[in-house]
Design a protein around this ligand. Sequence first.
Ligand code: SOE
Length: 392
Amino acid sequence: MSESGTPTLGVGMVGYSFMGAAHSQAWRTAPRFFDLPLSPRMRVVVGRHAEPVKAAAARLGWDEAMTSWQDLVARDDIDLVDVCTPGDTHAEIAIAALQAGKHVLCEKPLANSVAEAEAMAAAASAAAERGVHAMVGFTYRRVPAIQLARRMVADGRIGQVRHVRVQYLQDWLTDPQAPLSWRLDKAKAGSGALGDIGAHAVDLAQFVTGEQVVGVCGMLETFVKERPRPASFSGLSGEAGEGTGPVTVDDAAVFLGRMSGGGLASFEATRFAAGRKNAIRLEINGDRGSVAFDFEDMNLLHYFDAAEDAATAGFRRIVVTEAEHPYIAQWWPPGHGLGYEHSFTHQVVDLVHDLAAGRPPSPSFAEGLAVQRVLDAVERSSDSGSGWVDLA
Ligand code: SOE
């Protein structure tokens, strides 16, 4: 029991690089801005190398550092395992934690293959019968403007969905001298832009429309096939070394999709969109209007109402910072805006409420598996060059 009298939720996190830092911020911040029914206790952070993970524990606010996730999942004072590692270890850690009776929050994409994702979804389904729950970390769902877009589509404000257009544009690999990292190694990451940021694009398309992608046709490309090895080891870089090494994943993915409601979708996920830093651009066109969002202006949602008088109609700019908007009342007055890290805090808030209520969190591992199936279909379409791959 915590000092505030609410039951404690003992948390252990595996991995402490970029996602580990974002999740640590969320575990620290959520109870300070939101009234939570459980009090998260940041007990343990796990990493492979003792000294760096000990420094990370001090920097990120964890009580202890360990070097064995197996020992973590065996601890009685751990109620939830937060998996912030590259995709090649998601399945073994999450399944072991669920079988040990620990709730799991697992970073996206759920896994590096459909087979692994199926095993994770099966383990989560079995654990749910014992009141043990799992969530996959598609955090962009928890940007207030995205939540508003979903609500507007669900309320029929744009009518029947005809077009879904999602681009996830980054440019951190545009320079051919940018060094190798674990994200460029298929054995660690499973795929490149497709799984890393294309997974977000697919999940957002399905989340905002409430529909599923039921067929795809796509192509993947690796523009730069050899890169310098990183000069020194880090959690982000992976193994260091001399000379160059192969890039074994895609640099960019471009694919078409058909939505379960009959609409057409187009997706782009690239790390070569020079000048675009983290531009998640989503536009849904319906037969009564449109919504449009760009993460680089993440506090805005643009809305077009086709019923408006043509003489004065046009996209209007909604500043999504009113107390009526999701999560905003706990933060700042109108117009002050939120950032990237807030969606991670919202993820913790929703997860803790679900766990306290005994509700299955969303996105579930089954939803993560559905995204994995789309990614796999895009890879099969690209590899075989055979065009359309049905998912129905
Ligand atoms: C790198 O592309 C990355 O860190 C993704 O892995 C994250 O999911 C995204 O939020 C930001 O970009």
